[in-house]
Design a protein around this ligand. Structure first.
Ligand SMILES: N[C@@H](CCC(=O)N[C@@H](CS)C(=O)NCC(=O)O)C(=O)O
Length: 245
């Protein structure tokens, strides 16, 4: 059993969310320690071989790479999130990799200043989501009635689109009904909600503004990120803030 591990995190990181969702699903209490990736502290650089989050600190050990972290959590806890059949499990791991490739595409989508590169990523992502739609079960989760690790991988992907959709319609997720239902189910799942700060939309929008990418030049709507409700949530979130470096 895992005894209060520390998840070394960054507030916008989708790979961190993946691990946090799996910990949440397993009911494992953990401490979250955020690092500033633009000014990495020395202790972090020493223990993170790739200089990336997430890390999972378990006793004196430090694990890196979100997929490895998730597999470790899966191995040492009850209530499996992976299917028991080896072939189905392998298939799930393949779709986890596919999710990571989508995250790499999204990084370019949100940061590139080059309009042609943006258009290319939009086309690539559309193609990938069409494939994903074809691979989906009838729901509510990726593989049917049971929530699995694949669900934990894609929830942070859709969290990006919740923000992108408030800025413009990229057409990437249009007319994909299974995917739309899956996205809604994931957004309502407690472990998914708890995996990111309540002010995530504002944080991501600030990140987009700082990068000043081609995406923001596609703005069709003026995004309104501060409702009275979200202000309340931001205050509540700040008051329960986690350990920061
Ligand atoms: N393959 C890694 C990717 C993790 C990753 O890209 N983390 C980003 C934040 S979302 C990071 O730490 N970037 C810092 C850097 O590259 O300097 C994983 O799955 O854990």
């Amino acid at each position: 059993m895992l005894d209060n591990p520390t998840l070394v995190s960054f507030d916008l990181c989708p790979y961190v969310q993946r691990a946090a969702i799996v910990l949440g699903e397993k009911g494992v209490p953990f401490t979250r320690r955020d690092v500033d990736l633009s000014a990495k502290p020395d202790w972090f650089t020493r223990v993170s071989p790739l200089g990336k989050v997430p890390l999972l600190v378990v006793g004196d050990d430090v694990l890196f790479e979100s997929s490895v972290i998730v597999e470790y959590i899966e191995e040492v806890t009850d209530a499996p999130l992976h299917p028991s059949d080896p072939l189905t499990r392998a298939r799930h791991r393949a779709w986890m990799e596919f999710g990571s490739s989508i995250l790499a595409d999204i990084w370019v989508l949100e940061t590139t200043r080059d309009t042609a590169a943006l258009d290319q990523k939009i086309a690539t992502l559309r193609d990938k989501f069409l494939r994903l739609e074809a691979a989906l079960s009838d729901g509510p989760w990726f593989a049917g009635a049971e929530f699995s690790v694949v669900d934990a991988v894609y929830a942070p992907v859709f969290r990006y689109f919740d923000v992108f959709d408030r800025i413009t319609d990229l057409g990437i997720l249009t007319d994909l009904p299974k995917l739309a239902a899956w996205r809604n189910a994931l957004a309502a799942r407690p472990s998914v909600i708890a995996a990111a700060r309540a002010d995530y939309p504002e944080l991501l929008h600030s990140f987009l503004r700082r990068h000043d990418g081609a995406l923001l030049r596609r703005v069709k709507k003026r995004p309104s990120f501060r409702s009275a409700k979200s202000n309340r949530e931001v205050r509540r979130n700040k008051s329960m803030l986690i350990v920061t470096s």
